[in-house]
Design a protein around this ligand. Structure first.
Ligand code: FES
Ligand code: FES
Length: 211
C-alpha cells in the first residue's frame, strides 16, 4: 500500500519559511528602488534666474518647474493644485510670460528668468496687483491667490502687447481691456472659494477699467 505524505507542518517550520520569504521580498524591493533611483545619466545641471537671483540645481530630468521651485528652491508661494494644468495655482512668469509651472520640465528653462509670487512684492512693499487683491478682498483661503496674481499681471501685459483672446471682437484693432477680456483670460485660474468677482475688480482697478 502506498504511504500517505505527511502534510503536517510544525509551527517552527512555518515561521522559518515566512522569515525567508520576507527577506527575499526585502531584497527584491531594495533592487527595485535602486533601479528606480535616478542615475547620473538621468540628471541635468540647470541654472535659472529666479526673482533676480541665479540658482543652480542638479536635478532629475523628469522634475517639473513647479517641483524645482517648491521642493528644491523652497519657494513654496507657488502652489500645487491639480499638477495637471487644470487649475492655474502654479502660475509663474517665465521670461515675462505666464506659464503653468506644473506642465513644463525644469530642464527646459536653463538660463530663463523666472518670477514667482515671492519676487513680486514683500510685506510693506506690495506689488500694485497684490495691494489691489487685498483692497478688493480678492481671496478667501488664499491657496489660488499666488497663481491668480501672477496670471493677472500676465493678462495686462498680454493686452498691452495686443495679443487677442477668444472674446476679442475686432482682430484688426488694438485689443481693448474690458471685464469680459479679463474674465476670459483669467478662466484658467480656478478659485474654489469663488472670489471671482472681487478678483476681476482688483484687475480692473489696476488695468484702469471703469466699473
Ligand atoms: Fe498646475 Fe493646477 S497645479 S495647473
Ligand atoms: Fe480659496 Fe481661491 S481664495 S481657492
Amino acid at each position: 500500500m502506498q504511504s500517505s505524505v505527511n502534510l503536517e507542518i510544525s509551527r517552527r517550520d512555518l515561521l522559518a519559511s515566512s522569515a525567508v520569504a520576507v527577506a527575499v521580498t526585502g531584497v527584491a524591493r531594495q533592487a527595485d528602488a535602486q533601479s528606480a533611483a535616478p542615475s547620473a545619466a538621468h540628471k541635468s545641471h540647470v541654472t535659472f534666474i529666479v526673482n533676480g537671483e541665479s540658482s543652480s540645481l542638479d536635478i532629475d530630468n523628469r522634475t517639473s518647474l513647479l517641483d524645482a521651485l517648491r521642493e528644491h528652491l523652497h519657494l513654496t508661494g507657488t502652489k500645487k493644485g491639480c499638477d495637471h494644468g487644470q487649475c492655474g495655482a502654479c502660475t509663474v512668469m517665465v521670461e515675462g510670460r505666464r506659464i503653468n509651472s506644473c506642465l513644463t520640465l525644469a530642464i527646459m528653462h536653463d538660463g530663463d528668468a523666472i518670477t514667482t509670487i515671492e519676487g513680486l512684492g514683500r510685506p510693506g512693499a506690495l506689488h500694485p496687483m497684490q495691494a489691489a487683491f487685498v483692497k478688493h478682498d480678492g481671496f478667501q483661503c488664499g491657496y489660488c491667490t499666488p497663481g491668480q496674481i501672477c496670471s493677472s499681471i500676465g493678462v495686462l501685459d498680454e493686452i498691452k502687447a495686443n495679443i487677442p483672446s477668444h472674446v476679442t471682437g475686432d482682430l484688426t484693432a488694438p485689443v481693448q481691456l474690458s471685464q469680459m477680456e479679463v474674465r476670459e483670460r483669467m478662466s484658467g485660474n480656478i478659485c474654489r472659494c469663488g472670489a471671482y468677482s472681487n478678483i476681476v475688480d482688483a484687475i480692473s482697478e489696476i488695468g484702469g477699467i471703469k466699473a
